[in-house]
Design a protein around this ligand. Structure first.
Ligand code: ADP
Ligand code: MG
Length: 722
């Protein structure tokens, strides 16, 4: 046990607004996932600040965060170039300027000439002398804390001291008794309360390096508990799924089947990998347990066909299939392709493909919902509108989710139970081509096929998605030409425009992707519009340059996409909405501006938009130089990976290497990162320990297992089952 955790300050309830209801603070806390006492206790500082010492200005370096004490020798408010308060502090060894853009009259008083103050902030060099922008200011001589100060990651509207008090209160109240008996924990690990106190309230002589040393026994305890909770919840999910029932889809594979007919109308031969995936799926679908399969394959590997073949098997067995995509553009591309392949074949059976999105007109939507409800729609394609409450399937048996990581967990959960006939769907029998699905005893789950173009590296798949079966398309359709990737500094834009002219002269088309400049869509849009205008001016009247962005009304987006597909638009400038799914084989050049700002898998996805036809294709990554930014180390590694490999699996491996598994999975999960403490690249021994203990604990002490999962994952436990 640690001898020296500092004593927790007295508990203090988080501030509440007077009256009932949720205060702003509580809302902010909730956003951070802080609701139960235990959530607060497990919310560790993001870093620590050393306020224990006051240093002399002469001993500081530019860029240091420093705490200095001295007398204000001069203080004034200036109005040019901007209203600001500038004070000069002299600590006897040197002077420094303190600057504040937004300040209160009280601060002005606090910094009046002659005042003795202690300030803290980052010191910067500059031609007007050394400066600290917006330092925190206290009266000189205020007692110095003895230990490091924890700093918690926070959001707007939640001040650090408020958050800190709330964490302290939560930690003091949280039940932190050992749920899993200590002898079962990894040897040497500290107790949970000791570990948390140690990290929340550093003892006086504990150094930052010690607190951040993840092999410390305090960290070991947290990691072990977290991994155990994760393994337990996976195991529970797997066992639950084993107990779930799904309609067994066993269709005769004769020449008259939709599956066989689909293969017959294709203008190409499925690749070996596509055939293999199709067979793997067929085996799953024939079972009475729901399929839970990930179909992973690089951009352009032909996942849509595999999805169509699975849908055909489902329809052959007399059931309905739903296909969801994260964006409307992507969904409509799927819809176009699937209608082309399947609609004539379905029509002969009195069936059709339905289209459902949020942006649909009410009347059209209701018409679609009606044919979904009576079973005429054998296949339903759309965005998450497909699984909205209102949509009642008659005989849903297979749900296919494209780009599964871009869907929220809640949306995936909404699919559960959809295979059971809705009560009102059962009554719509009159004109139904298919009888409703009878659930004898208990709800039925649909089979689930998830598709992803960003593969999960094997080690992660094994430990993390242990309950997921995986089919891999490791072969591209023949006739693809590798895309040549070039890095170009942004000031060489002229050369890129020459390149574009070259491609256009050959009758090819070009994508130009603008970056996310900032959180504001309005600014991004302005930027994309400016780029469109600039290109239109450079390329001349004969070239048609279109613009695509996420704010555009759907109909307009579709028109632009249709024009680009038809070749009447030659250059498409877009924000990142074209990231997935766009399929225009005549496009041969992809320009990505500020490529350093994109994630690696996103860059790879974007690049996958070209090289779909026979023409030699290229991807130009424009990167920032000089004033518009610097390319950091991680960004450099991403760009390097793009130039060096075109293989999606290698890209995923590099991405994992650059980001670490926590972030890698976190980003994929489109929500909170799943592991906060453990790191799957370094904690494999602990992972083994957790994998080993989880089944024994669940068998022998199911109540402890449940309590442990609840403590660690709480409401998040539901998520992991999805
Ligand atoms: P992704 O896996 O990225 O979703 P798609 O399903 O969009 O890939 O397929 C990319 C392109 O390749 C589409 O135009 C599709 O029709 C075509 N395609 C798929 N399978 C084959 C194949 N076996 N042979 C030739 N072209 C194919
Ligand atoms: Mg796709």
């Amino acid at each position: 046990m640690p001898a020296k955790s500092a004593v927790a300050p007295a508990p203090d309830a988080p501030p509440r607004a007077p009256g009932s209801g949720e205060s702003q603070v509580q809302r902010a806390l909730k956003k951070l996932g802080l609701v139960r006492d235990i959530d607060f206790a497990l919310y560790l500082p993001m870093r620590y600040e050393d306020e224990t010492r006051v240093v002399r200005l002469v001993d500081t370096r530019d860029g240091d965060t420093v705490q200095v004490e001295g007398v204000i020798t001069d203080s004034e408010v200036v109005f040019r170039p901007r209203r600001q308060l500038i004070a000069t502090l002299d600590d006897g060894s040197d002077t420094v300027q303190l600057r504040f853009f937004n300040f209160y009259p009280s601060q002005q008083k606090q910094l009046a000439p002659g005042a003795r103050v202690r300030v803290r902030g980052e010191i910067k060099g500059g031609f007007v002398g050394r400066t600290i922008m917006h330092p925190t200011v206290k009266a000189a001589g205020t007692p110095l804390p003895l230990a490091l100060t924890p700093i918690y990651s926070t959001i707007a509207g939640l001040a650090q001291p408020v958050l800190r008090r709330a964490v302290q209160a939560g930690l003091a109240r949280a039940p932190l008794h050992a749920i899993v008996p200590n002898p079962m924990m990894p040897e040497g690990a500290w107790g949970l309360r000791e570990a948390l106190s140690f990290l929340h309230y550093p003892a006086p002589d504990v150094a930052v390096a010690t607190l951040e040393d993840h092999s410390h026994p305090a960290w070991q305890r947290l990691k072990a508990e977290e991994l155990l909770a994760q393994q337990l919840s996976q195991l529970q999910a797997r066992r639950e799924r084993a107990a779930q029932r799904a309609p067994a889809l066993r269709a005769p594979a004769d020449a008259g089947s939709l599956h066989a007919q689909l293969l017959g109308v294709l203008p190409f031969q499925p690749t070996g990998a596509q055939q293999r995936a199709d067979r793997e799926i067929a085996i799953d679908l024939a079972r009475t347990q729901p399929m839970h399969r990930l179909l992973q394959g690089d951009v352009g590997s032909g996942k849509t066909l595999v999805a169509a073949l699975a849908a055909a098997r489902c329809i052959d067995a007399g059931f309905q299939c739903a296909l969801m995509a994260p964006t409307e553009i992507l969904a409509s591309q799927h819809f176009g392709k699937l209608v082309g392949w399947l609609d004539p074949l379905l029509a002969a059976r009195g069936l059709r493909v339905a289209w459902l999105t949020g942006s649909q007109k009410k009347k059209e939507r209701e018409a679609m919902e009606a044919i979904v409800g009576n079973g005429e729609a054998a296949l339903v394609v759309g965005t998450h509108a497909v699984i909205s409450e209102k949509v009642r399937f008659r005989r849903l048996a297979l749900a296919i989710v494209d780009e599964q990581h871009r869907f929220g967990v809640a949306q995936r959960l909404a699919l559960r139970g959809k295979a059971s006939p809705a009560p009102d769907a059962r009554t719509v029998t009159a004109a139904s081509p298919v009888p409703p699905l009878a659930a004898e005893g208990g709800a039925l789950e649909p089979h689930l096929l998830m598709m992803s173009a960003t593969p999960i590296p094997r080690t992660l798949a094994m430990s993390y998605y242990a309950d997921l079966d995986v089919s891999t398309l490791d072969e591209l359709p023949p006739g693809r030409t590798p895309v040549v990737t070039k890095l170009v500094a942004e000031h060489r834009r002229d050369e890129v425009i020459e390149r574009i002219r070259g491609q256009l002269a050959q009758g090819r088309q070009v994508y130009w992707v603008c970056p996310l400049i900032e959180e504001s869509e309005a600014v991004d849009l302005r930027n994309a519009t400016a780029t469109r205008d600039e290109l239109a001016e450079h390329l001349g009247d004969a070239v048609r340059v279109g613009l695509l962005h996420s704010r555009m009304p759907t109909a307009e987006k579709q028109t632009v996409m249709a024009d680009f597909t038809a070749g009447t638009l030659h250059v498409l400038v877009s924000t990142t909405v074209i990231e997935v799914g766009v399929d225009v084989p005549n496009a041969s050049l992809m320009v990505i501006e500020h490529a350093e700002r994109f994630g690696l898998s996103q860059l790879h996805q974007l690049r996958g938009r070209v090289g779909r036809g026979a023409a030699a294709s290229a991807c130009v990554l424009l990167y920032a130089t000089g004033d518009s930014g610097r390319v950091g180390e991680a960004a450099r590694a991403r760009l390097k990976a793009m130039v060096e490999t075109g293989d999606g699996f290698e890209i995923a491996r590099r991405d994992l290497e650059i980001r670490g598994p926590g972030e890698f999975l976190g980003a994929r999960q489109s929500g909170a990162p799943l592991l906060r403490f453990a790191d799957l690249s370094t904690d494999l021994l602990l992972l083994d320990w957790a994998r080993d203990l989880a089944p024994r604990l669940l068998d022998r002490h199911p109540e402890l297992a449940r309590e442990h999962v609840d403590r660690w994952l709480g409401t998040k436990a539901e998520y992991l089952k999805a």
